[in-house]
Design a protein around this ligand. Structure first.
Ligand SMILES: Cc1cc2nc3c(=O)[nH]c(=O)nc-3n(C[C@H](O)[C@H](O)[C@H](O)COP(=O)(O)OP(=O)(O)OC[C@H]3O[C@@H](n4cnc5c(N)ncnc54)[C@H](O)[C@@H]3O)c2cc1C
Length: 376
C-alpha cells in the first residue's frame, strides 16, 4: 500500500510517521525547496503528549503554570493543574521530519500537488515537479491533504475554502514584571472580539499576539497595544488561520473513500483560541486508523468534531460579550470557577463546559445573553 501526503508540516509529517511506523510506504510532497519552517512560538496543552504518544522534550521551550486574566476593570490569577507547554513550531516540524524519515518516509521537496482523480481502487495524483516544471502523475492507494489553509487537495475536491482569521504575534523582550511561568490574557472589546496574549518563551523572550478578522486590523491593534506598554517588537510572526464551521463535515472530511484531509486543510482549529496543532494531530490519528483498518473515519473523528463545534458555540457566545460581561466572567472565575478551569484543559472543552455550568449556573444566563448578541 502506498500513501501520498501533500504538505510537510506538523499534520502531514505526523501522519507520515504513524503510517510508516505501521509498515506503509509513504511519500510526502512538499512544494517548498527545503524544510526550513518559519519560527513560530506556540502554546499547547499537555494533551499534545497523549496525542503524540510521547513527550516531545526537544521542542519544549518553556512550561507555564499560571494564567493572569485581565478584563477592563477586573483581573484574576489562576494556577493550572497541568502546565501548558510553549513549543517551537520549527523544531516540531524538524523533529517529525527526522522521525518519519527514520521510519522510512520519503519527503519529496519542490513538488506541488495539483489535483487528483479518485477511483474504487486508488487515487491518481497529479503534481508539478518544480525542479523541471513538468506535470506528472502517480497512482497510489490513498491521498492525504495536509496542505494548510489554502489546501489544493480541498480545492480539487470542490471545497470552496475556509473562513479565515488573521493571527499576528510579535516577539519581545520578556517584561521584568512578568514571570516566566505565567502567561497573560487581556479581554478588550474595543480592540478585538478575541483577546491579546503574552506567552513567555524563556527568561528573555515572550510572544505577544492577537487574533483579528483581517491582517491590517491585527497589525494596527497589536502596534498600539505594544506602544502603550512600551514593548518593542523584535520580529513579527503572522499567517491566516482557518476557522471551523458546523457544516465542515460531520467527520474528518472524507472527500472520497481514498482521499482525506487533516489539520488546517480541513479547519481542525479551536475557534476560541485559534489553536490547531493538537486538534490537527487528533484528526491525523483518526485518518491513520481509517487507512490502516481500511474503513471510514470513526469515533475519534466524531469526538473531535463535537469538540470543535463546542468551541464554535463558545466563540459565538463570546462574540456577543461586552466589557461588562467579561468583568462579570472574571468575577465568576474569582468565585467558584477557578478550580474547574485549573483542572480541565482547553482540549477537553466539553468536559470543562459541563463542570463550569454545574459549579456556576448563572453562567448559562450570561452565555445565553452573549449568544443572542453574538448571532444578532
Ligand atoms: C502566528 C501563529 C500562531 C499560532 N499559534 C498557535 C498556538 O499557540 N497553538 C496552536 O495549537 N496553534 C497555533 N497556531 C495554528 C497552528 O500553527 C496551525 O493550526 C498548524 O500549524 C497547522 O498545521 P498544518 O500542518 O495543518 O498546516 P501548515 O502548517 O499550514 O502546513 C501546510 C504545508 O503544506 C505545504 N503545501 C501547501 N500547498 C501545497 C501543495 N499544493 N503541494 C505541496 N505542499 C503544499 C506548505 O508549504 C506547508 O508545508 C498559530 C498559527 C499562527 C499563524
Amino acid at each position: 500500500m502506498k500513501v501520498v501526503i501533500a504538505g510537510a508540516s506538523t499534520s502531514g509529517l505526523f501522519a507520515a510517521y504513524l503510517l510508516a511506523k505501521a509498515g506503509v510506504e509513504v511519500e510526502v510532497y512538499e512544494r517548498a525547496a527545503m524544510l526550513d519552517p518559519a519560527v513560530r512560538t506556540l502554546i499547547v496543552t499537555d494533551k499534545i503528549n497523549e496525542v503524540l504518544g510521547f513527550v516531545p522534550h526537544e521542542i519544549i521551550l518553556n512550561e507555564v503554570k499560571h494564567i493572569d486574566l485581565f478584563s477592563k476593570s477586573r483581573s484574576s490569577k489562576m494556577e493550572l493543574g497541568r502546565p501548558d507547554l510553549i513549543i517551537a513550531r520549527e523544531k516540531l516540524i524538524l523533529m517529525l521530519a527526522r522521525m518519519s524519515q527514520e521510519a522510512g518516509v520519503k519527503i519529496s521537496l519542490k513538488r506541488r500537488f495539483l489535483s487528483f482523480a479518485s477511483g474504487q481502487n486508488g487515487v491518481a495524483v497529479r503534481y508539478k515537479d518544480l525542479e523541471t516544471g513538468e506535470d506528472k502523475r502517480e497512482k497510489v492507494d490513498y491521498l492525504i491533504g495536509a496542505d494548510g489553509v489554502y489546501s489544493a487537495v480541498a480545492k480539487a475536491a470542490s471545497y470552496n475554502g475556509h473562513l479565515q482569521t488573521a493571527l499576528l504575534q510579535a516577539r519581545i523582550k520578556l517584561p521584568k514584571e512578568v514571570s516566566r511561568d505565567t502567561y497573560q490574557v487581556w479581554f478588550d472589546r474595543e480592540r478585538t472580539k478575541y483577546f491579546y496574549w503574552l506567552i513567555p518563551e524563556s527568561d528573555d523572550i515572550a510572544a505577544v499576539g492577537l487574533i483579528a478578522d483581517d491582517a491590517r486590523q491585527a497589525g494596527a491593534s497589536l502596534k498600539s497595544f505594544l506602544a502603550e506598554r512600551g514593548w518593542q517588537p523584535l520580529e513579527y510572526q503572522s499567517s491566516k488561520v482557518p476557522m471551523h464551521k458546523y457544516e465542515y463535515s460531520a467527520r474528518v472530511k472524507e472527500v472520497s473513500p481514498r482521499v482525506f484531509l487533516v489539520g488546517d486543510s480541513t479547519a481542525q482549529v479551536k475557534v476560541t483560541t485559534v489553536g490547531g496543532v493538537v486538534t490537527g494531530f487528533r484528526g491525523v490519528r483518526a485518518v491513520v486508523e481509517a487507512i490502516l483498518q481500511g474503513k471510514s473515519v470513526g469515533e475519534e473523528s466524531r469526538s473531535l468534531k463535537r469538540e470543535l463545534d463546542l468551541h464554535l458555540l463558545v466563540r459565538k457566545i463570546l462574540d456577543g460579550f461586552s466589557d461588562a460581561d467579561y468583568d462579570l466572567l472574571i468575577d465568576f472565575i474569582e468565585g467558584q470557577l477557578k478550580h474547574v478551569l485549573s483542572t480541565v484543559t482547553r482540549d477537553d472543552l466539553a468536559m470543562m463546559y459541563l463542570r463550569l455550568v454545574a459549579s456556576q449556573p448563572r453562567l448559562v444566563m450570561l452565555g445565553a445573553k452573549g449568544l443572542l448578541r453574538g448571532i444578532g
